[in-house]
Design a protein around this ligand. Structure first.
Ligand SMILES: O=C(O)CCC(=O)C(=O)O
Length: 268
């Protein structure tokens, strides 16, 4: 499938609403490899064959139920896989995947953006993994809000399977007005202008980390999985002690030392 970057159109759409959907952002072959890798992780969890070093990054529905208000579940379905690049080469190479980098470069309007982390949010059949309304920024703790969330849809997103719901324009808030409690916002505080983002598998859904979003549970018998990346812009540095694997690499940087780092790390 041909890929024609449309930086001006992307930027314009993103500027208007704080989010952007780009179909075919992941080629079918790569999508298939990611699905297979995720299936292998699922099997290994079910068979309890993952090493503890990897197993520690996986939460099940029943784990999630312990820390999310009003969610009850005893399901052993996977809910979240953190530190995805540790789980296979396909997820490491996703850090330097050109189509995604084209979109990020257009939205940051810079080559000097950095990788933060990749995780996979799974809404499995029978699960009740609704996502409360929230902004991503308070989780991230950076010097500026110039960060993007880039969700890569492994499966189609539909209203029935728990597609992410966004509030267009809600990202326009001064940095110092974003509250720690914005990680869990009561529906009464959320603007009525809400859009359910439906799109085919292989789409990228990219949004500003201050965009209010959430999502209902999956009510179908099919899986709904998103590989979610966070990326930081040139003026956004972390202010907490946590670091993810590969955090800080800059796959589009024009700095020769950064390019050498990418080449030595990912062989590009
Ligand atoms: O997967 C989704 O629909 C939303 C996930 C999300 O909001 C998050 O990980 O912050």
């Amino acid at each position: 499938m041909n890929w024609t970057p449309e930086p001006d159109t992307w930027r314009q759409q993103y500027d208007e609403t704080g989010y952007l959907v780009v179909e075919n952002a992941v080629e079918p072959g790569l999508l298939q490899q990611m699905r297979e890798a995720l299936e292998r992780i699922e099997c290994a969890v079910a068979e309890d064959t993952l090493s503890p070093n990897l197993r520690r990054w996986i939460s099940l529905e029943r784990d999630r139920a312990k820390w999310v208000q009003d969610v009850q579940s005893d399901s052993n379905a996977i809910s979240n896989i953190m530190e995805l690049p540790l789980f296979g080469a396909v997820f490491q190479q996703l850090i330097v995947y050109p189509r995604v980098l084209d979109i990020l470069e257009a939205l940051f309007q810079s080559t000097e953006f950095a990788f933060h982390n990749y995780k996979c949010i799974c809404k499995m059949p029978g699960g009740n993994a609704a996502f409360q309304w929230h902004r991503d920024l308070p989780y991230l703790q950076h010097t500026s809000p110039n960060l993007l969330t880039c969700m890569l849809c492994i499966d189609p997103m539909t209203a029935e399977n728990g597609a992410t719901v966004v509030c267009p324009g809600s990202h326009r808030i001064p940095h110092d007005e974003v509250k720690d409690s914005d990680t869990d916002m009561p529906a009464s505080q959320v603007p009525e202008n809400r859009v359910t983002v439906t799109c085919p598998a292989g789409s990228a859904v990219v949004f500003h980390v201050n965009l209010i979003h959430g999502g209902p549970p999956n009510q179908t018998q099919s899986k709904r999985r998103n590989v979610i990346g966070i990326w930081s812009g040139p003026d956004a540095y972390p202010t907490n002690p946590h670091r993810y694997v590969y955090q800080g690499v800059m796959p589009r940087s024009t700095d020769p030392i950064r390019q050498k780092q990418i080449q030595m790390t990912f062989g590009e």
